[in-house]
Design a protein around this ligand. Structure first.
Ligand code: UD1
Ligand code: PEP
Length: 422
């Protein structure tokens, strides 16, 4: 990604469907006995890679103008393409979905963002509780429930989005009732349950820490499922607009999903004008330093700590971030230093000091949200910034180059081949 920095931004931007919903909904589609349709689907690399995985199972999918059609009615068991599986984290949702559909699944370990250790022990614990045996060999996981899946009580040792979703996917067609305790409460889990319940599933309690699922024999889609707005993309544009906007209106927002973030921006001195489904960010000149601690929802999202960093560098005083979910999520720090930002890490604490000027540099997006922070910093900086590994940004930001340029930024992607799907 090549950014000519220094332009002030203004205008309007519309947020796409949530990446973290979409990447669960697509694997969930294989549990249906009918074709399914999603709309407001973000145009991101993760979606294209999930479509490659579907194709390997003879599941046809078509994606056009934000509408994704998936026909799982001719699904077959097949070896899944390990390159696509490794390209994203959420490919692990095929473990729960295939177990639910065929009572067995074989997958290589998932990829996704390199943000420190990301074990899947809670996912495997849930599958075992439901009656599956789990064996691992050379980076491949084999799951099998020879006597079918049976409802069970699952207590999650820690709050995990992925393990909660995987347990739902495996339990939704299991025999009997499953209770997930200490479940994650992220809005994307509610979106997934809405999709499944509209097809006849019986999932109750999503959005609380106890979820009850009574298994059903069939899931049939009757209507199009509209994916919720991406709260992380929203937060990224909010931070960007406050840092270098002369007035930016952000549409398709669910403000209730972002309260921990918007309240932090207001604490910083950004006079956000929050409406029912849009937020206006006025030009902001004076910012206060703040402290942020990431937490499971409804706490401050780990995925938004890095996008807030460039705005923090404009504040008077030292801002502090502690990421309790991923303490090693600091890939952006040395890259931002190359651009002149006064940012340091000490024992899991990130300190951002007031920085007068950023300058363009050659940097690398180690992961998606590090890439978002570098993009904002590049737009604020004098001169040209080149972000290598921009594929990490395109994994999860819907049509980002087009959206930024419509706000009067000067951004381009070069060497598109490096981010093409194979
Ligand atoms: C595709 C998707 O939705 N990705 C999101 C999801 O990732 P993901 O679902 O992978 O993250 P989790 O909620 O599972 O992780 C939360 C914490 O639990 C730990 N853990 C998790 C599972 C497990 O079996 N064992 C274990 O120890 C993790 O290392 C982490 O410290 O939630 C993260 C935390 O909000 C977000 O950053 C990601 O954007
Ligand atoms: C960590 C993230 O994604 P994933 O879990 O898909 O790697 C993210 O979206 O910030």
């Amino acid at each position: 990604m090549i950014i000519q920095g220094g332009n002030r931004l203004s205008g309007e931007v519309t947020i796409g469907g949530a990446k973290n919903s979409t990447v669960a909904l697509i694997p969930a589609a294989i549990l249906a006995d009918t074709p399914v349709q999603f709309d407001t689907v973000p145009d991101i690399l993760d979606v294209h890679n999930l479509m490659i995985i579907l194709k390997s199972m003879n599941v046809k999918s078509e994606f056009s103008h934000g509408v994704l059609d998936i026909d799982p009615t001719q699904i077959i068991e097949a070896e899944l393409p390990s390159k696509a599986i490794k390209s994203l984290r959420a490919s692990y949702y095929f473990m729960g979905a295939l177990l639910g559909r065929f009572h067995r699944a074989t997958l290589t370990f998932p990829g996704g963002d390199n943000i420190g250790p990301r074990p899947i022990d809670q996912h495997l614990k849930a599958f075992k509780a439901l009656g599956a045996t789990v064996s691992e060999n050379n980076g491949t996981v084999h799951l099998e429930a020879k006597d079918g899946l049976h409802g069970a009580r699952i207590f999650m040792d820690m709050v995990s989005v992925g393990a909660t979703i995987n347990a739902i996917l495996a339990a939704v067609r299991a025999e009997g009732t499953t209770v997930i305790e200490n479940a994650a409460r992220e809005p994307e889990i509610i979106d997934l349950a809405t999709f499944l319940n509209n097809m006849g599933a019986k999932i109750r309690g999503v959005g609380t820490d106890t979820i009850r699922i009574t298994g059903v024999n069939t899931l049939q889609s009757m209507n199009t499922h509209t994916i919720i707005a991406d709260r992380i993309e929203t937060g990224t544009y909010l931070a960007l607009a406050a840092a270098l906007g002369d007035g930016v209106m952000i549409h398709n927002v669910i403000p209730e999903h972002l309260e921990s973030f918007t309240s932090k921006m207001i604490e910083m001195g950004v006079n956000l004008q929050i409406d029912s489904d849009k937020i206006y960010v006025p030009k902001t000149t004076k910012l206060k330093a703040v402290h942020v601690k990431t937490m499971p929802f409804p706490g401050f999202a780990t995925d938004l700590q890095q996008p807030l960093t460039p705005l923090m560098s404009l504040a008077d005083g030292d801002s502090v971030i502690v990421d309790t979910i991923y303490p090693k999520r600091v890939k952006h720090v040395p890259e931002l230093q190359k651009m002149g930002m006064r940012i340091e890490t000490h024992d899991g604490t990130i300190v951002i000091k007031h920085t007068d000027h950023l300058h363009g540099a050659n940097v690398t997006a180690g992961e998606i949200r590090a890439g978002a922070a570098l993009t904002i910093a590049g737009l604020m900086a004098n001169g040209t910034t080149v972000i290598n590994n921009a594929g990490n940004i395109l994994r999860g930001y819907d049509r980002i180059v087009w959206k930024l340029n419509r706000l009067h930024a000067n951004v381009a992607i070069e060497d598109d081949s490096s981010v093409k799907i194979s």
